[in-house]
Design a protein around this ligand. Sequence first.
Ligand code: DOR
Length: 416
Amino acid sequence: MVDATGTRRADVLVAGGRVAAVGDDLDAPGAQVLDAGGCLVAPGLVDLHAHLREPGREEAETVETGARAAALGGYTAIVAMPNTEPAIDSAAVVRQVLDLGATAPCDVRVAGAITVGRAGKALAPMAEMAALGVRLFTDDGAGVQDARLMRRALEYASALDVTLAQHCEDEALAAGGHMHEGEWSSRLGLPGIPAEAEELMVARDIALCRLTGARAHFLHLSTAGSLELVAAAKAAGLPVTAEVAPHHFTLTHAEVAGYDPVYKVNPPLRTAADVAAVKAALAAGVVDAIATDHAPHAPEAKEAPFDQAPPGMLGLETALALALGELDLPVERVLALLSWQPAAIAGLAGEHGGPIAEGAAANLCVVDPAAAWVVEPDLLASRSRNTPYGGRKLRGRVRHTILRGEPVVIDFEAQR
Ligand code: DOR
């Protein structure tokens, strides 16, 4: 068993949706037994960043298919991003997505939009969304460009005790770009997005945090410069947190060489030096969470030419194995980055992220760290197929997932 309190060997007994006992050789006549031999029992994973596409783009994903992919990936809670159609920018749409998630095999929470329609012009009714339990707000897919509006949003968020999460991208500087601006964009003749388009907004928002005293969370950071800025802000005591996505510590812009849109993502795949900086920032504790940025797109959209295809990659079913395999970190640290640290950022601590102790909510995953498997896009539970890891051999897989005491994945198979 691995949780924020440490690592030990024990049986876990679950009853009535809660952990009933933790101890040696527990005996519970009549109980269903899930074998965890050779495995790690951990609090369920928590994803701060999943695009579930409902309402509006159900051809790419639904709350149900996204939640099933999440459960298979070991997640017991995911935060649905608001760049749906319509955007999640009102209590009515929040309610709709929460209702769709009520029967899903993973706890589905919602991030509300910061601005109406994510258009960056007027603040969305954050208070009415917060009243429904929304704890994170973002215009993800776009950053809030107007510094004055962002200042107001931070002040408002502070009063509501919610967190703003920023997609850091200066649109004017990034305009027209399809990949990282550098050696490969020059070779391939594709317009680039400079690292500075991200870093300018990270720097601006750190300044706005200092001005307002409000918390800010930085989504999917991808450059060495961004991570340096966050490290300095943390050292100065500012209340900032940051996440990175698995593709930014496993892939570089060189992957775009064949113009395959499966490698198109925003922020774009960066240089080998940026990948090294992401890994170093994870090891140094500058980064608080690994978030998937699971971004399903239907084949007909993703099979367009590179400059016309939408950005985004699947992530929920591969994140844990990539983190276990590619990061030179102890498993306890990997689980902290995937479970209890994001749970705290999402305001879910207490329900998700452990610790595994008597009376705690039984949201658990059982990880087989030795399980070798090959990513087969056609076998993924997501409704879309746009994984950049198709054919890749990974090690480490979720054997069982338990949501509120119910096994929703048993022996690598979804139960519903
Ligand atoms: O690659 C991306 N895809 N980045 C984003 O910020 C949005 C996302 C999407 O919604 O497809």
